[in-house]
Write a protein that binds this ligand. Sequence first.
Ligand SMILES: *[C@@H]1O[C@H](CO)[C@@H](O)[C@H](O)[C@H]1NC(C)=O
Ligand SMILES: *[C@@H]1O[C@H](CO)[C@@H](O)[C@H](O)[C@H]1NC(C)=O
Ligand SMILES: *[C@@H]1O[C@H](CO)[C@@H](O)[C@H](O)[C@H]1NC(C)=O
Ligand SMILES: *[C@@H]1O[C@H](CO)[C@@H](O)[C@H](O)[C@H]1NC(C)=O
Ligand SMILES: *[C@@H]1O[C@H](CO)[C@@H](O)[C@H](O)[C@H]1NC(C)=O
Ligand SMILES: *[C@@H]1O[C@H](CO)[C@@H](O)[C@H](O)[C@H]1NC(C)=O
Ligand SMILES: *[C@@H]1O[C@H](CO)[C@@H](O)[C@H](O)[C@H]1NC(C)=O
Ligand SMILES: *[C@@H]1O[C@H](CO)[C@@H](O)[C@H](O)[C@H]1NC(C)=O
Ligand SMILES: *[C@@H]1O[C@H](CO)[C@@H](O)[C@H](O)[C@H]1NC(C)=O
Ligand SMILES: *[C@@H]1O[C@H](CO)[C@@H](O)[C@H](O)[C@H]1NC(C)=O
Ligand SMILES: *[C@@H]1O[C@H](CO)[C@@H](O)[C@H](O)[C@H]1NC(C)=O
Ligand SMILES: *[C@@H]1O[C@H](CO)[C@@H](O)[C@H](O)[C@H]1NC(C)=O
Length: 487
Amino acid sequence: MGVGGSFLRLHLRGQGICHMRSASFFLVLLVLATIGKPPWAAAHNFHCKHPSSGADRPHSVSITEFGAVGDGVTLNTKAFQNAIFYLNSFSDKGGAQLFVPAGKWLTGSFSLISHLTLSLDKDAIIIGSMDPYDWPIIEPLPSYGRGRELAGERHQSLIYGYNLTDVVITGGNGTIDGQGSIWWNWFNNNTLNHTRPHLVELMYSTGLVISNLTFKNSPFWTIHPVYCNYVFIQNITILAPLDSPNTDGIDPDSSTNVCIKDCYISTGDDLIVIKSGWDEYGISFAHPSSNISIKSIFGESRSGAGIAIGSEMSGGVSEVHAEEIHIFNSLHGIQIKTSPGRGGYVRNIYISNVILTNVEYAIRINGRYGEHPDDYYDPYALPDINNITIKDVYGVNISVAGLLEGIEGDIFGQICLSDISLNVTSEDSTWNCSYVEGYSYLVSPNSCQLLQKIPNDSSVCYSPADNLTLYSGGNCSISSYVTLASL
Ligand SMILES: *[C@@H]1O[C@H](CO)[C@@H](O)[C@H](O)[C@H]1NC(C)=O
Ligand SMILES: *[C@@H]1O[C@H](CO)[C@@H](O)[C@H](O)[C@H]1NC(C)=O
Ligand SMILES: *[C@@H]1O[C@H](CO)[C@@H](O)[C@H](O)[C@H]1NC(C)=O
Ligand SMILES: *[C@@H]1O[C@H](CO)[C@@H](O)[C@H](O)[C@H]1NC(C)=O
Ligand SMILES: *[C@@H]1O[C@H](CO)[C@@H](O)[C@H](O)[C@H]1NC(C)=O
Ligand SMILES: *[C@@H]1O[C@H](CO)[C@@H](O)[C@H](O)[C@H]1NC(C)=O
Ligand SMILES: *[C@@H]1O[C@H](CO)[C@@H](O)[C@H](O)[C@H]1NC(C)=O
Ligand SMILES: *[C@@H]1O[C@H](CO)[C@@H](O)[C@H](O)[C@H]1NC(C)=O
Ligand SMILES: *[C@@H]1O[C@H](CO)[C@@H](O)[C@H](O)[C@H]1NC(C)=O
Ligand SMILES: *[C@@H]1O[C@H](CO)[C@@H](O)[C@H](O)[C@H]1NC(C)=O
Ligand SMILES: *[C@@H]1O[C@H](CO)[C@@H](O)[C@H](O)[C@H]1NC(C)=O
Ligand SMILES: *[C@@H]1O[C@H](CO)[C@@H](O)[C@H](O)[C@H]1NC(C)=O
């Protein structure tokens, strides 16, 4: 058939945005040609509700009351630690706010506490120390068994938290800058002693809000909630040079009920990537990521993907729901990465309303990603990849429509593609599939043979049930976090 060139119109609809420049792009809803909705296009509501209020803290102090100096030169690690230690006494009294006024606040790593709001002035910049000794060494994550890039321990993130509830990191678009270039150099010239630190990492925590800020130049991944529940990330900008190594944007890892919306992300690796541990360590730790809602994301990644899952997915990833995604100048639009040895599963993934501009691979599923923590992984631990629905995708200047590679003896099933129109750069730039099974409907260029069945029953393709759209949505508002955190 070929519906290329048969778009009727681009239909604009408006609401929340994170980056004014991007408004007209990711609010585009693709309305496809001739026939209309595919058999499985059950309407669904996305309820990542706009928060109506922030947590009001009865007490507030400024970092300057603890001797901090915002000259960009004085090291303020002690001031942050002392302020937070002091504020601990308010945690059973509704919590407290630590305010960071205008200025450049150099610091090493510090740890947050429960019931804390870290609030930055719009002209406040927290900058990470360039001395690696200001980033302590901590245990590797149990679900990785070792540091992600070097065996053994790893550096602690600049802003760190463990075992917390009810934490807010916010500001009127103030900045947290990791000054990562020195770490990228150590990485590039092989002189790191331990795995690089993230900019923000929160472990085993519940009820987190990260909003209204700019995060820059992370040494490694930018925001890493791991073993967390109820995470709300909204209206943030994440920036790192397009050639900086592994500077992922947001990495929900073995975490549940996560909402990410209205963000602009431009980094050197995946913009948003959902993970759950690595090979035998992830399999035995068995902490899945599920109920992940993503909406209104705009950005670019020259060597990564806009929305990715894996490659560390050994604890399982399910119920991922992403929409209004606009990716430009990137290697991949949407990518699922896995490998023999990972085990785990990726299932019940629903991605819709995607616009891709100047993207090499619009959609990629890679069943042979490789990268193992050590030689002890089980090569027969095969991932179970199932129920992946991708619909309403519009792309221009796409080099490869789709490279979808399952694993021999481990077919990736129920892959459903619908309402996809990609303006590809050549006649060979079509779909290339192996060891996958599924359906397609209104896909241009024509999808591969393995996916050419048209479903005759709406239940064959995964689509979140209407009343399940609250899976993180209902919890995707500050009030429910606050309620939860006060339990
Ligand atoms: C696809 O791109 C080519 C070259 O840029 C352009 O001529 C053509 O009109 C585009 N087709 C559609 C359907 O947008
Ligand atoms: C985390 O919380 C658990 C349960 O309250 C406690 O046993 C453990 O010691 C805490 N760990 C740290 C590092 O605070
Ligand atoms: C996003 O952040 C900016 C800067 O802090 C603020 O002006 C704007 O109102 C925020 N938008 C939303 C939707 O929260
Ligand atoms: C926040 O600041 C960043 C970096 O200066 C800027 O690119 C972005 O547009 C600002 N965001 C908002 C919502 O004002
Ligand atoms: C590696 O990079 C660091 C940081 O830029 C630099 O200090 C060091 O001299 C470099 N080492 C080598 C062997 O190039
Ligand atoms: C690595 O260890 C060496 C030897 O202890 C030390 O001189 C160097 O500063 C360390 N480099 C980093 C990036 O931590
Ligand atoms: C972000 O800032 C805007 C404007 O000040 C405010 O209305 C909104 O509640 C803030 N969002 C969050 C999640 O804190
Ligand atoms: C098409 O996309 C590629 C990246 O995949 C980019 O290098 C090239 O400049 C783009 N072409 C146009 C005409 O924008
Ligand atoms: C399909 O992809 C495989 C693996 O990347 C590659 O070896 C093969 O040449 C591709 N086939 C076509 C027809 O492009
Ligand atoms: C796959 O999706 C279908 C349709 O939504 C659903 O009935 C089925 O339970 C899902 N399979 C798994 C393994 O969750
Ligand atoms: C969702 O709807 C189904 C069928 O309409 C119903 O059986 C189920 O109880 C509902 N679940 C919730 C959580 O409301
Ligand atoms: C995911 O969301 C559903 C629907 O709201 C809820 O029933 C389920 O408990 C959530 N899963 C987790 C792991 O919290």
